[in-house]
Design a protein around this ligand. Structure first.
Ligand code: NIG
Ligand code: FE
Length: 425
């Protein structure tokens, strides 16, 4: 029997999220998942070759199915592999001490301004060698995979010198090569103004623009360029210069926008033609409209708002305004140490007024668009990579209703079974 074919048979619901590979889903289309009841998926090698009602596939592909390894999906749902489009995956150490301080009234920015926060993780990451960074990150990546994530974006930004930024990006590259989860890299040298540049942040901006961006681009270590545009970190003017410099070197702009205070980050994202603007807790209405006009994806991170005990971004309003919305963990040691994208979906429903259908669109095809991968992943369509998740629920709404549970039963990555019975294999 050949193992070339894989046949995932007779799921209660195959959630295809089909039809949005060219343009992300917006408005009411975010609610349209193109569900196939009693559906099956046929995979050849690493590709999806057929998807439809089980009966149809049995008629049309009888000989391929007779050769295939079959996975029974009765009673379960099948979704595209989940995509997390915003993480700070590669870092050393942890910051539970700061969590404790925040629970006693200190704010995230107080801690950062006193030399903790991002600076604390930068010190730990600078001190760590590549092996340590790799092994700490692999643990997180395994946990992402166990919860159905098959592609993840990872940012640098805890090196803050050319040498250490490259070290972080090299680790991300090694993870991409050695781990089954695919990693897409973003350079984020402008994550914080290093303590030694506190009195002269423009000198650091010059280093990011003139030294770091050209080298990272030359080495081919990143596809995107991100900046923390926030009061007390990088101004909109500095952010604009940094994002435009990245563009000159082929790095597409992303932006941490309007996270803690309103700062016209959403407007800047629209102005520079960013692929996404992320966070947006304090985004203005005008900013949202401009993002909708320009098709800038709003990557919302309700875990960060939850963990910082802040009010979430207005996901409902963004969708209704026409912003294509994606969801992400923001996995990082300070503002969102979670590795659970399903929890983020739960929060999308419960804290941002999104429907169970919208959160699935936001963690599949729209998330794939946010990292420029929508032609390859994010939906169950013929020709796409066979990244699939089997979830032990009878319908997609139950995934959100039974919240706080990992419903992942099996994960198929590029046509290979990599998680079974909730375990890595
Ligand atoms: O997306 N806001 C900036 N960066 C991260 C937090 C990084 C950290 O605290 O270590 C974020 O929230
Ligand atoms: Fe972030």
């Amino acid at each position: 029997m050949s193992q070339t074919y894989l046949y995932i048979q007779n799921a209660n619901e195959v959630i295809t999220v089909a039809g949005y590979s060219e343009k992300p889903a917006t408005k009411e289309r975010m609610n349209e998942l193109s569900i196939i009841k009693k559906g099956s998926v046929l995979v050849k090698g690493d590709r999806i070759i057929a998807v439809g009602p089980d009966k149809d596939l049995q008629n049309q592909f009888a000989s391929e199915i007779s050769e295939a390894k079959t996975i029974q999906a009765a009673g379960k749902i099948v979704t595209p592999g989940f995509v997390d489009p915003h993480t700070h995956l590669v870092f050393a150490g942890s910051r539970e001490n700061e969590f404790n301080m925040r629970l006693q009234g200190k704010t995230y920015m107080d801690i950062m301004n006193a030399g903790g926060g991002i600076h604390a993780t930068t010190r730990a990451t600078q001190e760590a060698d590549e092996n340590q960074l790799f092994s700490e990150s692999v643990k997180r990546l395994n946990r992402f995979l166990l919860q159905g994530v098959t592609t993840i974006e990872a940012k640098s930004g805890y090196g803050l010198t050319l040498e250490h930024e490259i070290k972080q990006l090299e680790v991300a590259k090694q993870l991409d090569e050695e781990h089954v989860v695919d990693i897409v890299s973003t350079f984020m040298g402008a994550h914080a103004v290093p303590v030694e540049f506190k009195e002269n942040p423009d000198a650091f901006v010059d280093i990011v623009i003139n030294e770091m961006i050209p080298k990272v681009a030359e080495l081919g270590l990143a596809e995107f360029n991100d900046v923390f545009c926030e009061h007390g970190v990088f101004t909109p003017e500095q952010s604009k210069k940094i994002l435009e410099a990245g563009l000159k070197h082929g790095l597409l702009p992303k932006i941490h926008a309007d996270e803690i205070e309103p700062y016209e980050g959403a407007e800047l994202a629209a102005e520079v033609g960013a692929i996404s603007a992320d966070h947006l807790l304090k985004a203005s209405e005008k900013g949202m409209e401009q993002m909708a006009d320009q098709g800038v994806i709003g990557v919302l991170l309700p875990g960060t708002a939850f963990f910082l005990m802040a009010e979430s971004a207005n996901g409902r309003k963004m969708i209704d305004t026409g912003v294509p919305v994606a969801l992400s963990t923001d996995c990082n040691p300070g503002s969102s140490p979670t590795v659970s994208l399903p929890l983020i979906m739960n929060l999308g429903c419960l804290k941002m007024g999104m429907t169970p259908a919208e959160v699935l669109t936001a963690t599949t095809i729209n998330a794939a668009h946010a990292i420029n991968r929508a032609e390859e992943i994010g939906s169950i369509e013929v020709g796409k990579k066979a990244d699939l998740v089997l979830l032990d629920v009878p319908n997609y709404m139950q995934m959100q209703y039974l919240y706080g549970v990992n419903h992942t039963s099996k994960v198929i990555k590029a046509g290979k079974l990599v998680v079974e019975n909730g375990r890595l294999i």
